[in-house]
Structures are given as structure tokens and as C-alpha cells.
Design a protein around this ligand. Structure first.
Ligand SMILES: Nc1ncnc2c1ncn2[C@@H]1O[C@H](COP(=O)(O)OP(=O)(O)OP(=O)(O)O)[C@@H](O)[C@H]1O
Length: 712
């Protein structure tokens, strides 16, 4: 709270505004009262009409009235007495003028003090506004407006100061005038003294009277002049007071407005601050919540990290175990392959399986080459023994002495032993179970050749590919399935395999690409080549397809079969007239230096037939001759191998030349000899059995694995 010191020494507390700031208007009111009081005093001293309760002023007024009465009385008194009175009146007037001048001086002082207070108030206002400015500094527009107002007020103060200066100047002029009047009065006194002396000395009353009258007139003129000056001063003072009141009122209004605006701004700022504080509190709460959440998560993370470490440790030990197991698995695999190969070698590197198909119902697609009788009427020419390894071919005679000959007496019996003999009841699955070992050998890196030999209609295609309706899958699709099963299993141990398939046929001693276009380009030559370095056979221009799935292999097979040459013969309406060779190159690596490269040949040979028996003629006869020639070449090759001849006539046919990499010493060979159970085909069957026996007698040599396995 600001305390203002009034001129009378009493402390005056200015009233407070709404916001508690000091009220500049009230301070001014106090000053106004003081000025009024001073002016009243001046009026009284100047003989104004304003009533006053001050005893001093009453006294002064009474004295003035007495003086006036004395003056009035002096006019009728004798000249010497009237001159004294006039002098007294004149002196009193002069004193009054002095007093008035002094009062005006005190008024000026008061005005100056008031101005000084106004300046102080303005300073305080300025300070208050500076404080407001700090609060509302973000409201620059308003601040600028306040600053403009402050500049206006300052300007007004300057103007008021100039006005005060003007008043001071006028006062100074009045003082000059007063001095001049005092001088005149003194002169008049001197003159009066002189005239009194003259009157005393000369006693010329008329001259004294005239001089007194002139002095009186002069005094009255001075009084009028002073009154006029006073009236003018009064008007000026009133004007000044009005202006000051207007300025004060304007300043008060400005101050009120500014304070109201500042208050409003303070409220707005306070509201903003409160809102910001609320937001900060909410943010702090959120931060606290987030911190607690973060702490919770940190704990969770720590738990998870511990868990991860545990799992990693576990994984590390599992990996070690896995490595050991993998190493062991590879060792086991190596051992398995070694044992498997040992077994295969013990069984022989060339094996012959004999398969007798069942009797076919009439109309099943195979006619009776012997003379049109159905197969059912002359079946049962084979007897099986030696626990699935022996077969006797019994030629039916005229006397019904043996059930094995279907009631006909045997006129001859030939016994054969093979690695396996399947009678007509054996299923495709039974047969493949005995074949899968050979397929496994190919996966283990050996060259494997599996072919089906037999007369036309004996079941070679059935055995190698499928039944006529495709429902019973034979060796080729089952071998493919086994290979993909194996490669998928081995991929778990890091093995990657690449399989490349080709499908070709040898028809009339010509190689044809079954995977190529059905419309053959006669200019494309398919020549069988032998690579001495790899000891592999290959055919120029032959299509080789990389297969990644069973489906792709199925496509290869179905495309090839649709291109395969088929023609109807009397022996087999769906007779295959060509040697059909499906070859699969198997390459595998395990990324640790372990590699394996195997070769699997699956061959469906063309049906052998005796031309005289089959009744082939023309083109069919030439086909049969070509087939028989190549089969004979195959027999010769096998015989040469069996005899360990230095020269093996592989080149005698395209078939043997191509199969030399699978019939040589480094390969494993399995031959199916397919037989028809029909007595009508007995002679053909016997021929096939004899051929198979020759093959079975071959010791082709110890097979070598074309691959190696290591843990890298
Ligand atoms: N084990 C079997 N079980 C049932 N049917 C068979 C069996 N073997 C062959 N057949 C049927 O005998 C018929 C002749 O078989 P397949 O065509 O396989 O003889 P092939 O020896 O291939 O004849 P070709 O040499 O003339 O081609 C077909 O109808 C076939 O389905």
C-alpha cells in the first residue's frame, strides 16, 4: 500500500482499486482540496465574496471593511485626515496584493507538488504497467496499446509542466508588476510625505486636496486594475483547474481502463496459467503412469532377457547336442550306406527278379498268340519253390498227370532260381519293397540300372510304370516318391539335392527324345556318347529337366508316355515297341564337403517276341526284328560281362551302348524278367527265363560308390 504525505503532514491512504492497486484519483482529490483551500485563502485575502469560517480571515475582512469605511469617511474629512486614510487604504491594498501574490505563489507550489505527485503516481503506474507487461508480455498488442497510452500521459504531463511553466511566467510577471506597484506605492508614499511636508509648510489645502484626489483616483485605478488582474487570474486558475480536472479525469479513466484491461489480461493469463498448470499436472500424472509402466516393462524385459538367456543357453546346449546328433547321424548314415552296400554286394551287383503276371480275363487286352484260346484255359505252367526264389517252367503235354500243367502231362520241366520270384498274386507294393534297396543305392551315390525284360504282354510296362488304368503305380513313380521322401528327410540334416530327369526311347535303333516336342525335327541328331572321364553315357540334344517335386516328375513321365511309340500287335494291344529309358541324375551336397552323385536308370524294354509266333509282318516285323536284335545285343553284353571278356560289345546296339555305364563294373543292376502265365506263351517264357538265367549268372564286379560323405 502506498501512503501519500499531504501538505498538512497528515497521512492519507488512497482508496484501493478492485485489484488492490493504489487509486490515483483519490490522491488527486486530496490535492484538489488543498488547492481549493489555498485559493479560498487567496480569495479572502483579496477581499473576495466567498464566505470563510477562519477567524483570521474574518479579522482580516473586518479590517478591510474598517479600512474601507475609513476611506469612505475620509472623503468627507478634512484633507490632511483624508490623505492619511487613503495612504492607509493604499497600504492595506498593497499588503493585500502582496498577500495575494504570495498565495498565488503557494498555489503554484501546490500545483507543482501536485504535478510531482502526479509524476510519482505516473511512475507507480508505469511500474505497475511494467509488472503488468511482465504478466502479459505474450499479449504484445495490448502492451503496445498500454505503451501508447503511457506515452500519451507522459505527453500530457509534459504539457501540464509547460502550462505550469507558463503560469510561473505569469506569476513572475505579476511579481514584477507587484514590485512595480510597490515601487509606485513607495513613490506615492514619498510623494505623499513630500506633499504632507508641503501641506504643512505651505498649507495650501486646495493643492493637497487635489493631490489626494489624484492619489485616491490613482489608488482606485490600481484597485480596479488589481481586481481585473485577479479576475483574469481567477479565470486562468479556473481554466487551469478545469483542465487539470479533465486531465485527471482522463488519466483516471485511462488508468481504470488500463487497470481493467490489465486485470482482464491477468485473469486471462491466470486462466492460461491454471490451464497450463492443470495440463502440467495431467502430464505429470501421465509421466508418473508411464514411468510406472516403463518400470513394469523394464522388469518384464529383465524377466524376458533372463528367459532369453536361459533359452539361449538351452539352445546352445541343444545346438551342441544337435551337432553331436548330426555328426552321429552322418556317421550313422555313412555306416548305414556301408552296411547297405555290403548287403547289396552280398546279394550281388546284378540281380534278377522274376515276375509272373496273373492270368488275364478274356478281353483284358492280351490275345492268345498261340491260337486265340483265352489265357484262362491254358494257365499254370509255373511251379514256385525255394521260398520265393525258385520257379519251374513245366511244358504242358497231352496226359493229365500234373495239376501244375492244368491237367496236361508235363513234357518237359526247367527249373530256375533267381534273387526273387513273384507269382501272379504279388502286388506292385510287394515288388517295389524288393526294389527300393536299389533306389536307395542310387541315392547313396551308386549307378543303378533297373530294367524289365520279357515278351510282349508279359507285364513289363505294368511293373515299371503302372497298370493299364494307371491305378497301380509301378517302379518308376514309386522310386521317384522314395527319392523325394529321402531328399526331404535329408534336407533336415543340411543336404541339398538336385534331380535332373530325361526320358528317351530307342525305337528301331533310333533314339527319340520323349521330353522333347512330339513333332520331331528330322535334322536333330540324338547320338549316344560315352564320356570316358566320368564314365557316363549321354545323348546329344536330349532334353534334361531339373525336377523339384513329384508333380514335376509326374509331368515328365506323362509327357514322355504320350510321346512314346505304341502300336497294336497281336500279342498286346497296347504294346510298347521301343526301349524306354527314364534316367535320373541325383546330385547332393550337405554344405560340409559331403557330396553324393548317383544315377538311376529305369528301363522298360520293348517286348521280345518270336516273329513267327507273333505273326508280325511288314513294319511290325521290322520293329520286332530291331527289338530282338537289340535284346540279343543286350544278352551278348551280359554274356561278355559274365565271361569277363576283354571286349564287351556295348556298341552293338544303341540300347547297350547307352546302358554301358549301368552295366559295367561300377554299377548295380536289377533285371525283371516278366512272364506270362499262359501256356500259349510257354516257349517265349522259357526263352525269357533262359536269358534271365544268363544274366543272373553274371558277376559284374564290385560296385564302387560314386560319392563320399564327410562332416566337413
Ligand atoms: N502283375 C499284373 N497284374 C495285373 N495285370 C497285369 C500284371 N502285369 C501285366 N498286367 C496286364 O497285362 C497286360 C500287358 O501288360 P504290359 O502292357 O505291362 O505288358 P508289356 O510286357 O509291357 O507288353 P509290351 O512289351 O508289348 O509293351 C496289361 O493289360 C497289364 O495291365
Amino acid at each position: 500500500m502506498v501512503t501519500l504525505a499531504a501538505t498538512n503532514g497528515v497521512s492519507v491512504e488512497p482508496p484501493l482499486c478492485d485489484d488492490g492497486s493504489p487509486g490515483g484519483v483519490s490522491t488527486s482529490s486530496v490535492d484538489d482540496a488543498l488547492v481549493e483551500e489555498a485559493l479560498d485563502d487567496a480569495d479572502l485575502h483579496l477581499g473576495g465574496t466567498k464566505p470563510s469560517s477562519s477567524p483570521a480571515t474574518t479579522t482580516t475582512s473586518s479590517a478591510a471593511a474598517a479600512a474601507a469605511a475609513a476611506v469612505a469617511g475620509a472623503t468627507s474629512a478634512p484633507p490632511p485626515a483624508g490623505g492619511v486614510l487613503r495612504r492607509e487604504v493604499t497600504l492595506h491594498v498593497l499588503e493585500t496584493v502582496n498577500s495575494r501574490v504570495e498565495n498565488i505563489g503557494s498555489i503554484i507550489l501546490l500545483l507543482r507538488k501536485q504535478l510531482s505527485r502526479l509524476k510519482d503516481a505516473l511512475e507507480r503506474e508505469t511500474l505497475s504497467r511494467v509488472a503488468s507487461d511482465a504478466l502479459v508480455e505474450r499479449h504484445s498488442d495490448k502492451i503496445a496499446s498500454l505503451r501508447r497510452q503511457r506515452r500519451g500521459l507522459r505527453q500530457k504531463v509534459v504539457e501540464e509542466a509547460a502550462r505550469a511553466d507558463t503560469l510561473a511566467d505569469r506569476i513572475s510577471t505579476l511579481q514584477g508588476e507587484r514590485d512595480r506597484l510597490v515601487g509606485e506605492v513607495r513613490a506615492a508614499q514619498a510623494a505623499h510625505a513630500a506633499s504632507a511636508a508641503a501641506a504643512a509648510e505651505a498649507a495650501a489645502s486646495s493643492a493637497v486636496t487635489a493631490a489626494s484626489a489624484a492619489e485616491e483616483a490613482r489608488a482606485e485605478e490600481l484597485v480596479r486594475e488589481l481586481e481585473s488582474t485577479k479576475a483574469a487570474r481567477d479565470g486562468e486558475v479556473a481554466t487551469l483547474l478545469r483542465e487539470m480536472a479533465a486531465v485527471k479525469s482522463e488519466m483516471a479513466a485511462d488508468s481504470t481502463r488500463s487497470l481493467a484491461a490489465a486485470t482482464e489480461q491477468v485473469r486471462a493469463v491466470t486462466a492460461q496459467r491454471d490451464s497450463a498448470v492443470a495440463e502440467a499436472a495431467a502430464a505429470a500424472a501421465r509421466v508418473t503412469e508411464l514411468e510406472s509402466d516403463s518400470n513394469r516393462r523394464v522388469l518384464q524385459l529383465a524377466d524376458l532377457e533372463r528367459e532369453v538367456r536361459t533359452l539361449r543357453d538351452q539352445l546352445g546346449s541343444n545346438n551342441q547336442e544337435m551337432t553331436l546328433l548330426r555328426r552321429q547321424s552322418l556317421d550313422d548314415e555313412v555306416e548305414r550306406r556301408r552296411l547297405h552296400n555290403q548287403v547289396q554286394e552280398l546279394k550281388g551287383n546284378i540281380r534278377v527278379y522274376c515276375r509272373v503276371r496273373p492270368l488275364l480275363l478274356s478281353g483284358a487286352g492280351v490275345g492268345d498268340a498261340a491260337g486265340g484260346a483265352s489265357e484262362g484255359s491254358a494257365s499254370g505252367v509255373f511251379r514256385y519253390h525255394s521260398r520265393g526264389r525258385g520257379i519251374d517252367a513245366v511244358k504242358p503235354g497231352d496226359a493229365p498227370t500234373s495239376s501244375a500243367t492244368g491237367g496236361l502231362p508235363p513234357v518237359g520241366k526247367w527249373g530256375f532260381t533267381f534273387d526273387r520270384v513273384f507269382d501272379g498274386s504279388a502286388t506292385q507294393g510287394d515288388v517295389f519293397a524288393e526294389v527300393s534297396e536299389m533306389v536307395q543305392s542310387a541315392l547313396d551315390g551308386y549307378r543303378v540300372c533297373i530294367f524289365a525284360y520279357g515278351q510282349s504282354g508279359s507285364g513289363k510296362t505294368h511293373t515299371m510304370l503302372s497298370s493299364a488304368d494307371g491305378g497301380e503305380l509301378g517302379v518308376i513313380p514309386r522310386a521317384v516318391a522314395q527319392i523325394f521322401d529321402h531328399t526331404e528327410r535329408m534336407s533336415a540334416d543340411g543336404w541339398q539335392f538336385e534331380l535332373k530327369a530325361s526320358f528317351m526311347e530307342v525305337y528301331n535303333e533310333q533314339v527319340r527324345d520323349l521330353l522333347g516336342s512330339a513333332e520331331e525335327d528330322p535334322n536333330v541328331k540324338y547320338d549316344v556318347k560315352f564320356d570316358a572321364a566320368t564314365k557316363l553315357c549321354w545323348v546329344t540334344n536330349l532334353t534334361t529337366a531339373t525336377v523339384n517335386s513329384r508333380e514335376e516328375v509326374d509331368n515328365v513321365i506323362s509327357t514322355s508316355l504320350s510321346n512314346r511309340s505304341t502300336a497294336s500287335t497281336r500279342s498286346n494291344e497296347r504294346s510298347s515297341r521301343s526301349h524306354c529309358v527314364f534316367r535320373l541324375h541325383i546330385s547332393g551336397s550337405n554344405g560340409h564337403g559331403g557330396k553324393v552323385s548317383g544315377l538311376l536308370n529305369l528301363i522298360d524294354l520293348a517286348g521280345s517276341e518270336r516273329v513267327k509266333v507273333s505273326g508280325a509282318a511288314g513294319a511290325r516285323m521290322r520293329e520286332a526284328q530291331a527289338i530282338n536284335k537289340s535284346l540279343s545285343a543286350l544278352g551278348d553284353v551280359i554274356a561278355a560281362l559274365a565271361n569277363k571278356d576283354k571286349h564287351v560289345p556295348f556298341r552293338n546296339s544303341k540300347l547297350t551302348y547307352f546302358l554301358q555305364d549301368s552295366l559295367g563294373g561300377d554299377s548295380k543292376t536289377l533285371m525283371f524278367v516278366n512272364l506270362s502265365p499262359s501256356s500259349a506263351h510257354f516257349s517265349e517264357s522259357l526263352c525269357s527265363l533262359r536269358f534271365a538265367q544268363k544274366v543272373n549268372a553274371c558277376e559284374i564286379g564290385r560296385a564302387n560308390k560314386n560319392g563320399r560323405v564327410s562332416l566337413g
